[in-house]
Design a protein around this ligand. Structure first.
Ligand code: CP3
Length: 351
């Protein structure tokens, strides 16, 4: 248990475990990134992949939002696509376009050719960055490790980049289900080992990003994704850290995602927080769920929306305040800072 000098548990870990905390903890997905001038200053000299490969830079960028915003958790600076590189895929980030994989995986031969990964050697710099960050962070600010969910990582491996309809991924699912399941099993092993290694290196919680899973029907989620996500969460169960399960556009999948696993379930902004919490059950914690675009609203409107989420949480232990998805690059930093203060002050005002 992370305990401060005062003997109180870190608010983030308390909420993840549904234990009472004096404040609602708050952090932001993509809190390290282009909306911060100090991040852009580093990015001016280094590519995204260079930052990820240099533990000193990755650690620095991880700590920037902690210093600037006073958030209650740090998230390791890395990317969900990094494990694909030692598996044998050629990954680059094209400015203005996003990730691109030069040799996407479509055939049985290409799936067979994928390598398994030893995180200690193949992803060593990421694990080193975990250690560096932990040395800098105080006990009140835990470090979250992360990975993509097998489904979301598979969509990049198969499509070769962002994709509107996930045509190639669904084609593999429907035409070659055995091949699909083989690929997802392999990814589940790689991602589970990677997350376990992050925890061994010092990560105090893990988040699994299933960002594009909302593209699937409930039936397809059950058949093609849930068994793998469940296996991943089972692999992580013995690590002794809270597990956060996050997706976008998941109104129709919440019960299934909760069934797959996670002490904490991420909610996006489309569902009122209290209704989402009711659906997944009060025996889980929830994380969310401000619309990232609300950070562009005038301050009174932003305040109204933040307060509405806190009111819906009702002071019940087990709410981690976050956005419903990642911060956008154009976001005004002052507005982000204002949300941190609003969330922290809410408890002090007696709710
Ligand atoms: O602060 C943090 O949240 C930690 C760092 C982090 C990054 N990527 C760094 C990054 C995290 C948690 C991720 C996760 C990630 N990466 C996801 C899941 C979360 C989500 O947003 O749904 C996904 C789908 C990816 C894949 C990815 N990486 C895409 C689609 C892109 C391009 C889109 C974009 O925002 O530019 C990236 C690039 C990326 N990864 C950036 C950052 C800060 C921006 C690129 C830059 O600095 O040039």
């Amino acid at each position: 248990m992370a305990v401060s000098v005062l003997g109180t548990e870190a608010p983030f870990l308390a909420a993840a475990g549904r234990r009472p905390s004096p404040v609602t903890p708050v952090w932001f997905m993509r809190q390290a990134g282009r909306y911060l001038a100090e991040y852009r200053a580093i990015r001016a000299h280094h590519s995204l992949l260079e930052i990820c490969a240099r533990p000193d830079l990755a650690a620095e960028v991880t700590l920037q939002p902690v210093r600037r915003l006073g958030v209650d958790a740090a998230i390791l600076f890395a990317d969900i696509l990094l494990p694909l590189v030692p598996m044998g895929l050629e990954l680059e980030f094209v400015s203005g376009e996003g990730p691109r994989i030069g040799n996407p995986v479509r055939s049985a031969a290409q799936v067979e050719a994928l390598r398994t990964v030893d995180p200690a050697t193949d992803l060593g710099p990421v694990l080193e960055a975990v250690g560096l960050v932990r040395r800098e962070l105080g006990p009140a600010t835990p470090l979250i490790g992360f990975a993509g969910a097998p489904f979301t990582v598979a969509t990049y491996a198969i499509e070769g980049g962002p994709s509107r309809h996930l045509l190639e991924s669904k084609r593999m699912m429907y035409q070659a289900p055995q091949l699909w399941h083989r690929l997802l099993s392999l990814l589940t092993t790689v991602l589970g080992d990677f997350l376990a290694a992050q925890v061994a290196a010092g990560a105090q919680a893990v988040q699994v990003f299933d960002s594009w899973v909302g593209q699937l029907s409930q039936a397809d989620y059950q058949s093609y994704v849930l068994p793998h996500s469940r296996a991943l969460f089972e692999r992580l169960a013995g690590l002794g850290v809270p597990r956060i399960h996050f997706g976008v556009g998941t109104d129709h999948l919440l019960e299934s995602m909760a069934e797959a696993g996670g002490e904490v379930i991420g909610l996006d902004w489309r569902i009122p927080l209290d209704r989402g919490w009711e659906r997944i059950g009060r025996n889980r914690a929830v994380q969310g769920n401000l619309d990232p675009v609300a950070l562009f609203a005038p301050l009174p409107e932003l305040r109204r929306r933040v307060t509405d989420i806190l009111r819906r949480a009702g002071g019940r232990p087990g709410h981690i305040f976050n956005l419903g998805h990642g911060i956008l690059p154009e976001t005004p930093v002052d507005q982000v800072r204002a949300v941190v203060d609003l969330v922290h002050d809410y408890a002090a005002q007696g709710r």
